[in-house]
Design a protein around this ligand. Structure first.
Ligand code: SAH
Ligand code: SF4
Ligand code: F3S
Length: 443
């Protein structure tokens, strides 16, 4: 039996693709290993969203090249967004790479690895972005209570800063029956929570031959007995409509959690990003969510230093954080990406200014997060208990409905259960609390 070591960079879609590839490799006799030194196959699933993610890839491949010198039979394979976009350049920069496979044909990886072992010749095989991604692939997950489930691949928005449409291609929703089958299978294996994935997950189903919607899918999944929690991400403000928000309000197993990035707090920058909405429209959407789901958790992503962003524009992004009570935001300094229109602009913001803005933004995001955790002190939260915390076996950890990590004292008998926790302490990003026993039955 061979051993495969997998490293995934980037988003949850990459984690999910990696789980599918490891599942397929299992059929070829490969088992996963957490030890690089034990592996016969080293596989990296790459991310191209920022230059830094590419840099990390090439430094990892540098390390692997050294390892291969000592173990020449080892096969090095590269999949994911950088593989799709950079193709032959990967091997030009690191000749130790044996297999390069794209985002739409990663299911061919086991076959390509076998071929390399036979011929000792490197292979690059990149599918077309319009190719259908096969369904019902065997999937090898880490185990546990929570599973990622892709529902819509690709993105057709072409925001001017973003490489994803060039690496993942246009929208491609999975058939609802295949998703329901997969989730039923997960529940049978003991999973209790799923997160439905897509770059704009709230657009799910619209382009299928028989059009459907995320709301309709949520209703079908909600009916699966033994499934306790459903989340979905990432939402796009243009696609998050009242129907979906009302469905979230109506279905108790669907967490009242919306990851719906605004990206910037200035109308001119939003227009130049081609996001398709203004700050006022975003605020209306937030008001709509709060009207229908008063205790909704809203999170997002923000970019600083988009080309042409002035100090005043940036102040708009800071001011936004006073207007929208975000639970949390992921933040990033703009990074010019190949093919994207924004990268060709001449009014790029200097790196030092980007770094300064990012630091100020991060401070404010952290403050906002802490304000939110503090507000929860004294409240009772439903937590799905994942296991003991990594530092102390007597402390359990799990997530609230709003996706906050929460720590509280308790024994192993609570793992895998839904419990009620009274929040006693707020850290910047996490909660501390005490288990309420007996907990009212939750599931
Ligand atoms: N589809 C999602 C986001 C996918 S990419 C959406 O539309 O919101 C995840 C995040 O990476 C984006 O939300 C954005 O904040 C960030 N990002 C994308 N391209 C970037 C770039 N060129 N530079 C810096 N951050 C970027
Ligand atoms: Fe990228 Fe925009 Fe698509 Fe999100 S919506 S993946 S930011 S192009
Ligand atoms: Fe990165 Fe590709 Fe995801 S660029 S963020 S791995 S879709």
């Amino acid at each position: 039996m061979g051993k495969v070591f997998v490293k995934s960079f980037g988003c949850q879609m990459n984690l999910s693709d990696a789980e599918r590839v490891v599942g397929l490799l299992g059929e070829d006799g490969y088992g996963p290993t957490p030890e690089v030194a034990e592996a016969d196959l080293l596989l990296v699933n790459t991310c191209a969203i920022r230059e830094r993610s590419e840099d990390k890839l090439f430094s990892l491949l540098g390390e692997w090249r050294q390892l291969k010198r000592e173990k020449p039979d080892m096969v090095i394979a590269v999949m994911g967004c950088v593989a799709q976009a950079m193709k032959d350049e990967i091997r030009r920069r690191n000749p130790a790479v044996d297999v390069v496979v794209g985002t739409h044909n990663f299911h061919e990886l086991p076959e390509l690895v076998a071929e390399v072992r036979r011929t000792r010749q490197p292979i690059t095989r990149i599918g077309r972005l319009r190719d259908a991604i096969p369904d019902d692939m065997p999937t090898r997950r880490e185990g546990g209570l929570h599973a990622w489930v892709p529902v819509i691949y690709g993105c057709s928005y072409f925001c001017t800063y973003c490489i994803v449409p060039y690496t993942r291609g246009p929208y491609q929703s999975r058939e609802p029956d295949a998703i329901v089958r997969e989730v039923e299978g997960l529940v049978a294996e003991g999973y209790r929570e799923v997160t439905l994935l897509g770059q704009t997950v709230d657009r799910y189903g619209r382009e299928l031959p028989e059009p459907t919607s995320l709301s309709a899918l949520l209703r079908r999944l909600h009916a699966i007995e033994g499934l306790w929690r459903i989340r979905f991400l990432t939402s796009h403000p243009l696609d998050l409509d009242e129907d979906l928000v009302s469905t979230v309000a109506e279905l108790p197993k669907v967490m009242e959690y919306f990851h719906v990035p605004i990206q910037a707090g200035c109308d001119r920058v939003l227009a130049e990003m081609k996001r398709g909405y203004t700050v006022a429209q975003y605020l209306e959407m937030v008001a709509m969510i709060r009207r229908i789901v008063p205790d909704a958790t809203i999170t997002g992503d923000l970019i600083v230093g988009f080309p042409g962003e002035t100090d005043e524009d940036f102040e708009g992004t800071l001011a936004l954080l006073d207007k929208v009570d975000f639970d949390l935001n992921n933040t990033a300094a703009y990074s010019p990406r190949p093919w994207t229109p924004a990268a060709k602009r001449e009014d790029q913001v200097e790196d030092v200014i980007k770094a300064e803005r990012l630091q100020r933004l991060n401070e404010k995001v952290t403050e906002g997060s802490h304000r939110n955790t503090r507000r929860q002190v004294g409240s009772v939260q439903e937590v799905l208990v994942e296991g003991p915390s990594s530092r102390n076996a007597a402390i359990l950890t799990g997530r609230t409905r709003g996706n906050r990590v929460c720590y509280f004292p308790g024994g192993p008998e609570w793992v895998g259960r839904l419990v009620q926790v009274r929040i006693t302490e707020a850290r910047s990003f996490t909660l501390r609390g005490e288990l309420l026993v007996p907990a009212p039955s939750l599931a």
